[in-house]
Design a protein around this ligand. Structure first.
Ligand code: SF4
Ligand code: SF4
Ligand code: SF4
Length: 203
């Protein structure tokens, strides 16, 4: 079987693109909000490195973020693409506990696992961990989540530190790893059930 990593190591262009994607990813805010039009920050970084995706698609990073991406890519800075949203103070989600029906759909939607609550119980957002991505809003069937300004007068990298970005990245990666593990366990359970059914049928 071909090892893609091995292939990349023998292809200088691919190695350079991979290194650039890593640096670009490190320069992104890691809210995983998808406003850039990509599945997550890493995918956007990869697209900038591999496909020349525009460097002005990340509203959470703001104009300063565009400058950072311009410096890394050697391209000219551009105004933020309004199709992706606009720069503004970072916001945080707050759940109206009286309206919450405990459906847990917001937990499934949150990319950084910062909502806590048990099924059928009131849910709450851990304020310090919320990136303001807003992905929980459309998930809520009773519209009981609102966004409050968390950093009045500050936006982009003035409202979000490198340490916060790194913490968000780690939580997102942990969530992805857990999700992959759960899917593998579910597939193994289904395969075992299918084998058991086949064995009963044979018997
Ligand atoms: S923080 Fe920026 S790069 Fe990351 S998903 Fe949001 S818009 Fe895309
Ligand atoms: S609570 Fe909502 S806004 Fe905050 S990080 Fe989670 S999904 Fe995003
Ligand atoms: S999606 Fe809305 S109703 Fe459901 S648990 Fe979350 S906040 Fe409560």
């Amino acid at each position: 079987m071909t090892d893609p990593a091995a292939d990349d190591s023998t292809d200088p262009a691919a190695s350079i693109a991979a290194a650039l994607a890593g640096r670009l990813d490190a320069a992104l805010p890691q809210t995983q909000c998808t406003r850039c039009g990509y599945a997550d920050c890493r995918a956007y970084a990869q697209a900038m490195a591999d496909e020349g995706a525009a460097i002005n698609r990340c509203p959470p990073g703001g104009e300063e973020g565009v400058q950072r991406l311009a410096a890394l890519t050697g391209r000219s800075p551009l105004p933020l693409d309004p199709a992706c949203g606009s720069e503004g103070p970072r916001r945080r989600a707050v759940i109206d506990e009286a309206g919450c029906i405990g459906c847990a759909l917001c937990i499934k939607a949150c990319p950084v696992d910062c909502i806590v609550g048990a099924p059928q119980r009131m849910h709450t957002v851990v304020e310090a961990l919320c990136t303001g991505c807003e992905l929980c809003l459309p998930a809520c069937p009773v519209d009981c989540i609102e966004m409050l300004v968390a950093t009045p007068g500050r936006s982009g990298w003035q409202a979000w530190s490198a340490a916060q970005a790194e913490a968000a990245r780690e939580r997102y990666q942990q969530r992805r790893a857990r999700s992959a593990r759960e899917q593998a366990e579910q597939a193994a359970r289904l395969a075992a059930q299918a084998r058991a059914r086949a064995a009963r049928h044979d018997a």
